[in-house]
Design a protein around this ligand. Sequence first.
Ligand code: NAP
Length: 282
Amino acid sequence: MRSVYIDAHTQLVGVLGYPVRHSLSPAMHNAALRKVGLNWVYLAFEVPPDALPQAIAGMRGLGIRGLNLTIPHKQAVIPLVDGLTEAAQRVGAVNTLFWDGAHLVGDNTDAEGFLRALREAGVEPAGQTVLILGAGGAARAVAYALSQQACTLLIANRTHDRAELLAKAFHAQAIEMTHEALRRIWADVDGIVNCTALGMTPDTESMPPVDWNLIPNDAWVCDLVYRPVQTRLLVEAQQHGLKTIDGIGMLVHQGALAFERWTGCPAPVAVMRDTLKRSDRR
Ligand code: NAP
């Protein structure tokens, strides 16, 4: 592996968040930058909400080559950019800023990253019936991605009003997140995506309500939770013989897409994945 060498030519990319010190993105992107041999560095900036306009002005003034945005900046950055990609507009959130000439563009790579992760695992979702569990930011990116693939979408969420709002935006059907309501639809699903925080560390025993015996044998189960990588939902799905896709895939591919927007180089996906997996074991 090449060592980091910073000089007068070094270019800067990074992530803005608050808090941000838990982020795995610096390790993942710096490993990728070293692998392709670019004299760039990726840093994490802890930016409080009221300092976001100054941070974006700083990006413009300093010529920072690209940024990721995480909580709480994904919506707040929208009025600060010169344009949005269609994905960012439809998802209503920006996780990546890149330059198109002199224009600062806000993009959302979560949606395409999710689709790449599914396809990498051998799942082609086009035209399938998919149950989305959750109605937060990640669910919105997944709903947009799958709506672009002509999927029939069912959305269940703890707070049912939020499921209804999301369902309305993507021509989906909202369902109560209870065993009783879900029992009526399990036989029809080709895939299930957990976009809730259920199963995430430290509450690793929690999982959404699922009736494994009613779900078709050839269905797939994707969990966006990546801490731990093997959630209780995925372990139980495997025990019932179902195909599973963990949350690392989407995390790697949303990062890989951002890397490609900034550098124009194909992202070294295997290096990025290995770095994340090593970070998860720490
Ligand atoms: P968010 O906007 O805060 O949404 C959280 C969602 O989880 C909501 O639907 C919420 O339901 C639900 N939820 C939280 N606690 C719950 C509980 N105890 N029981 C039932 N439902 C519960 O968060 P987000 O950004 O969408 O993230 C959701 C999950 O996806 C997180 O685990 C995050 O780490 C993961 N994620 C992974 C990736 C990846 O690349 N793999 C990317 C983004 C997010 P209510 O509406 O009822 O509150």
